[in-house]
Design a protein around this ligand. Structure first.
Ligand code: PGA
Length: 370
């Protein structure tokens, strides 16, 4: 494992200079110092019993770690079993952990009850002891869209060949609406091929994202969760295309502005933002670079400052997510604007996730050596 954590100073007060945020000194655990938050998102993995077993192994390696917040997000089916297991008294006596372990849900619905087959409401989560909820994860915003959306299948039909073939079929039919016929003929005409290609691209790429969870849906989920006293981890992040087109900040601005709209200055303190570039998530991808993360976290903090003022911006926690692992956690946590990590794949391996959590201990050990 990289030994750089020893060079990381753990101080989480910030001041703003030239649109950049710097940490100012605060001892670990000092009142007011921002607590690092290391959260594991298990996604659609582990039956309840395996989730509890994994949590036990993680806690065992993290005995006595009190200066960081630990979050575990099993799938819905694992929440109750884990809620029963992570009772503070038990964690204290068994693992010397305090109230720094948080049960998280991976998503929620925005209505409290009703005919919404398959959905789970914030009330239901709160009732079984869930503390925090992830909202707007890119799996929901975009990745799942390709399963539920219709846009790709429509886009595939928007080729001159397909349309010409359709026209032939329509010609043989009786009673076809002439307007429909004219429209298809227009689209299939050679001089309109570029328009057709543009439309297909729009459907294929842009609407695919919107076929997933929209910013507006995310916003409703944020409000519904906060109303139940759940802390919200609002995810944002650009996909590969947006980065290539230099539209990262525009997209993040939209996602965060809409996600936070209507959240009062008081309640925004119950929120955590997670920056997760979609291109950096999952196996086969590579974590974003330190410069990239630093730049975006500064951007987000400045946006929060525009919306809520400097005080809120200086304390709101902003996590990074996307291929965080024991090797890169120290470098990532040493970035001034990073207050923790949302971890996918590595959180399914007890040793790896424990190493990620214990990055804070390494820093504390360094302080006690001084
Ligand atoms: P990853 O996932 O750590 O497996 O890249 C991160 C996430 O999706 O939250």
């Amino acid at each position: 494992m990289n030994t750089t954590p020893l060079a990381v100073s753990r101080n989480y007060f910030r001041h703003r200079a030239a649109n950049q945020w710097h940490k100012t000194p605060a001892e670990p655990g000092e009142p007011g110092a921002i607590r690092p938050f290391l959260a594991g998102n298990w996604k659609m993995n582990l039956v309840p019993r395996s989730g509890v077993a994994l949590a036990a192994r993680i806690f065992d390696i993290c005995k006595g770690v009190k200066d960081v917040d630990i979050g575990l997000a099993p799938p819905y089916t694992g929440l109750s079993a884990l809620a029963d297991y992570i009772k503070p008294d038990f964690l204290r006596s068994e693992y010397d952990l305090g109230r720094n372990v948080f049960l998280m849900a991976q998503d929620t619905f925005f209505e409290s009850k009703g005919a919404y087959t398959g959905e789970i409401s914030p009330e239901m989560l709160a009732a079984i002891g869930v503390d925090r909820v992830i909202i707007g994860h890119s799996d929901r915003r975009a990745n799942l869209g390709k399963f539920f959306g219709f846009s790709s299948s429509v886009a595939r039909r928007l080729t001159p060949d397909f349309l010409t073939h359709e026209l032939d079929a329509l010609r043989k039919r009786e009673g076809v609406d002439p307007q429909v016929f004219a429209a298809i003929e227009f689209m299939a005409a050679e001089q309109n091929h570029e328009i057709l290609a543009g439309l297909a691209k729009f459907l294929e790429e842009d609407l695919k994202e919107r076929a997933g969870e929209s910013d507006a849906v995310t916003q409703r989920k944020v409000h519904a969760s906060l109303a139940q006293g759940l802390q919200v981890i609002l995810c944002c992040g650009e996909n590969r295309e947006a980065r290539a087109l230099h539209e990262t900040f525009k997209l993040l601005d939209r996602q965060i502005r809409i996600g936070l709209e209507g959240v009062s200055p008081k309640t925004v303190n119950e929120m955590i933002i997670a920056y997760e570039p979609v291109w950096a998530i999952g196996s086969g991808a590579k974590a974003a670079g330190v410069e990239q993360i630093s730049e975006v976290h500064d951007f987000i903090r400045n946006l929060v400052m525009d919306l809520y003022g400097e005080e809120t911006a200086s304390v709101i926690r902003i996590l990074y997510g996307g291929n965080v692992n024991p090797e890169n956690i120290a470098d990532i946590m040493s970035i001034a604007g990073v207050d923790g990590a949302l971890v996918g794949g590595a959180s399914l391996k007890a040793h790896d996730f424990a190493q990620i959590i214990r990055f804070g201990c390494l820093i504390r050990d360094r302080h006690s050596d001084l």
